[in-house]
Design a binder for this molecule. Structure first.
Ligand code: FO1
Length: 317
């Protein structure tokens, strides 16, 4: 298999599943997972980076697959004591997870950037793939609602995605520089594929695409861009993507996701349940691939990853 690098843009749990599948395809360090940082926030004096952590825990085999975030086999002594002492307890921090947030916060305070901190953690956890933040500059997703703007974690966790969304603002994105290895890989002549994983298009992928220069670099990259639909038969596998689409006045369909990414895509992967939308996707000028996109097992994750790269090779050949 062409050993050129593969770039995967990822947010939370859906993206991490496909990133895990890709990491099993013997790409070695050639796999570059670019994680959204728009979900990041300061909480109890800690810098919390949920999408970086979900991908890191998933590739390290430490993730709590039921919750879709944090570590498996967690202890909750910290949370119990926090509640007893009257601290903010709407955001759950497991005892093991707390170690990561603490070490990252200390390292950042010492002047290390998020790329360096993430590299140290992923190497310590034995992860071969490269995991990088989309930027080392601060970008924070603000969810616009009928009652005013909400910080992402307030919307997602504290308010349980209940507010009706009217739009999103990525504070800081215009001044943020895309992460250096990410931009370098986008112009690597051996680049095999740019994979948009089945993460939330609005709050996980768009923050990455809105970074200055990223869309242009993807459009001129020497490799095809292939996205996997996060919507199957009108529903998001996990998370609020379908609810957001309805509130934004879009049909919550795979086709609507393909339209949202538009001309950026060379290929689009839909689930068998949405095969009837393949012709409309093709009419957008991208190659549809209809297959099983719901990833329950590790085999599903690896199989989908293999199909995505095969489609990219076909498109790039
Ligand atoms: N999601 C929740 O729904 N409830 C939580 O208490 C929660 C805590 C949490 C702690 C660390 C972390 O890395 C992620 C956490 N998440 C929690 C998920 C987080 O809100 C992410 O932003 C989502 O996974 C969306 O990307």
């Amino acid at each position: 298999m062409n050993q050129g690098p593969v770039i995967a843009l990822s947010g939370g749990v859906g993206g991490a599943k496909l990133a895990l599948g890709l990491s099993r395809l013997d790409l070695g360090e050639g796999l570059l997972v670019v994680a959204n940082v728009g979900d990041d926030f300061e909480h109890l004096g800690l810098t919390i980076c949920p999408d970086l952590d979900t991908v890191t825990y998933t590739l390290a085999g430490l993730s709590d697959q039921a919750k879709g975030w944090g570590r498996a086999d967690e202890g909750w002594c910290f949370m119990a004591a926090l509640k007893q002492l009257g601290g903010e307890s709407w955001f759950n921090l497991g005892d093991g997870d707390l170690a990561l947030h603490t070490l990252r916060t200390v390292a950042l305070a010492e002047g290390k950037n998020l790329t360096a901190v993430t590299r140290a953690i992923t190497r310590k956890l034995g992860i071969t793939a490269q995991i990088v933040p989309m930027s080392d500059d601060p970008v924070r997703t603000m969810v616009q609602t009928a009652d005013g703007p909400l910080a992402f974690q307030h919307y997602f966790v504290r308010d349980r995605c209940e507010p009706v969304v009217t739009g999103f603002v990525f504070d800081g994105v215009a001044a943020a520089r895309p992460q250096a290895d990410f931009m370098a890989a986008l112009s690597d002549p051996d680049l095999q594929a740019i994979v948009i994983t089945p993460s939330n298009p609005f709050v996980s992928i768009d923050p990455i695409l809105e970074l200055p220069g990223v869309r242009d670099a993807m459009a001129t990259a020497p490799a095809p861009v292939v996205a996997v639909s996060p919507i199957v038969a009108g529903l998001a596998i996990k998370g609020p993507a379908d609810k957001m689409m309805a509130e934004l006045g879009m049909p919550s369909t795979a086709l609507a996701v393909a339209q949202h990414y538009g001309g950026l895509l060379d290929g689009f992967v839909l689930d068998h349940g949405d095969g009837d939308q393949a012709d409309a996707v093709a009419a957008l000028g991208m190659r549809p691939l209809v297959t099983k996109t719901v990833m329950e097992s590790l085999q599903d994750r690896v199989g989908l990853a293999r199909e995505v790269l095969a489609l990219a090779r076909e498109l790039g050949g």
